[in-house]
Design a binder for this molecule. Sequence first.
Ligand SMILES: C[S@@+](CC[C@H](N)C(=O)[O-])C[C@H]1O[C@@H](n2cnc3c(N)ncnc32)[C@H](O)[C@@H]1O
Length: 323
Amino acid sequence: MSNYLKTTEELYKEVAITPNEGLCCTTNPVWELPGLSIPAKMLKMNYGCGSTVHPRDLVNNPKILYVGVGGGMELLQFAYFNRNNGGVIGVDVVDEMLDASTVNLKEAEQTNPWFNAEFVNLRKGDALNLPVENGSIDVAAQNCLFNIFKENDLKQALGEMYRVLRPHGRLVLSDPVADQIMPEDLKNDEQLRALCLSGALPLKDYLTMITEVGFGTVEVRARRPYRILDPENFNTNQLIFIESVEICAIKDPMPEDGPCIFTGKSAIYFGTGEYFDDHKGHVMMKNQPLSVCDKTAAALKSLNRTDLFVSESTYHYDGGGCC
Ligand SMILES: C[S@@+](CC[C@H](N)C(=O)[O-])C[C@H]1O[C@@H](n2cnc3c(N)ncnc32)[C@H](O)[C@@H]1O
């Protein structure tokens, strides 16, 4: 096993035994849902950098897989949407983290009358070799783990998520990204990598890796400021801005002309007709914004029409749209 993976396991063993509230910086508020009460210890062990729990992915009791369990907070949130025994599988490579999650989920039973710890099936296992059957999962999630992996391992971890998902299943993830090039020294610093600070890829590269394993549709749902690496405290001669992103990748077949990647672009037709039809499957009613993937946005822009507006990426995609 590579050294950086061992360093990672050691770090998470420590913070499983002694929770470290400042370890990761979540940049979104913790989900409040009716009847859901999150134990204080789970909040303290919230080592994520966004949320992977989106109600619109979670209709009809989906079978859920969560890799890298932390203190179990998102396991509990996912179980809210699938209240069957073993409806949520949690996988982690660190025994102490699985133990902490087990204790925290048991505690959650006390304050959540709807919850039974048996809804969650905890398994020891590695993101690089998941102990989960092919094509058995509807929603596979990971929060702030994959950024730690070096590129070959990241490719393997994404491939594993793809393997276990059913057709049209969803990979939901939250991770740090950085558009500036990370200096090699920082990239190779095992401790900083394990702390989710120096493995961040540019968003574009991360999206390419996701589509290269086969996901035909990708949604960038949120992009928020996360951390700064500054020359005073880190081995860098410039400020490095890290953001956290929330992405959903859907195991749809790959379109012949490449993946549909939604980054929050919209097109608005404002001409004299009732609607505009590009005869490629996109009909826009006058003055009604249509969410478009980056591929469609580029095709519409290339028409050079004076009655068609195509927005820039907002990185907040909420569904609907052209594909
Ligand atoms: C940054 S924490 C995130 C925890 C949790 N997802 C959250 O949002 O609070 C990373 C988690 O991944 C686990 N982990 C580290 N290496 C792993 C691996 N190779 N396979 C599976 N889990 C791993 C750690 O034990 C830890 O629970």
